[in-house]
Design a protein around this ligand. Structure first.
Ligand SMILES: [Zn+2]
Length: 253
């Protein structure tokens, strides 16, 4: 056989494996990540790309109505512009995490650039709160071999998701709401009539956006509308809304 016929499929496989490791939410190729909660009862709501003065305060009020705690992965340059909003988010029981300084695709960045992106956001949040965050989410979920080790150097665990419904797209809430249906379907299967919670020992991490990485005051009202629809329904299914810290802590007996 011609050498090329052997080499080309091999190269394609390598490209495929790298693409999987870089972008697939639950891939562990480039280092360990958290992709699920440790109980079917626990739903971890996560919001990326804030703080956003036009949306985050309304979201905090909505979460309060359902006694929901969430995790916010913040962009460092926005944190510097509205540190009070970050302080308020934490004062109301939520966790904040590092989502880099400027939201680049880290797959294309060098080890040095990655360290700078993480460090600047780390400092911005630490200055706003007086203590550093413990959780990190890479922008676009993209990793290369240096991303997770760089996060670990600063003491971070890296967090991905089970569901990312695409709330950044310019669509109506009627488009977004059905894309969040899998959460209710799984809850119904594992928590519904007669089923044991142990039959599905893990729960969902949902990735939504209260901010927009291209501009600070991005419109995320469709995300709020979809949550207005789902939060009471998820609560009635028996789901508890937890931070990432609670998502990985030992479940209550
Ligand atoms: Zn993001």
């Amino acid at each position: 056989m011609h050498a090329l016929l052997i080499a080309v499929p091999g190269a394609l496989t390598t490209v495929g494996v790298i693409a999987y490791g870089a972008g697939y939410p639950r891939a562990q190729l480039f280092g360990r990540t958290i992709c699920r909660t440790n109980s079917a009862r626990k739903l971890a709501l996560t919001f990326d790309d804030g703080p956003n003065p036009t949306i985050t305060p309304r979201l905090l009020d909505l979460l309060d109505r359902y006694n929901a705690q969430a995790t916010f992965f913040l962009i460092g340059r926005y944190v510097r512009e509205c540190p009070e909003l970050v302080q308020e988010t934490v004062a109301r029981g939520h966790l904040v995490g590092n989502h880099t300084e400027t939201h680049p695709n880290l797959f294309r960045r060098t080890q040095r650039e990655i360290r700078i992106e993480l460090r600047l956001c780390h400092d911005a949040i630490s200055n706003a709160l007086g203590s550093p965050p413990k959780w990190f989410r890479p922008p676009f979920g993209m990793r290369n071999p240096w991303v997770i080790p760089a996060a670990r150097e600063l003491g971070y665990g890296t967090v991905m998701w089970t569901l990312i419904p695409g709330d950044w797209r310019e669509k109506r809430p009627e488009w977004l709401i059905p894309r969040m249906q899998p959460i209710a379907d799984r809850a119904q299967r594992s928590l519904g009539n007669g089923s044991k919670a142990d039959s599905a020992p893990t729960g969902d991490i949902l990735c939504l956006h209260d901010g927009a990485h291209r501009e600070m005051n991005g419109d995320r009202s469709r995300t709020l509308a979809a949550l207005e629809y789902w939060l009471p329904r998820w609560r009635d299914l028996g789901l508890e809304f937890v931070t990432i810290q609670e998502a990985v802590s030992t479940p209550a007996a």
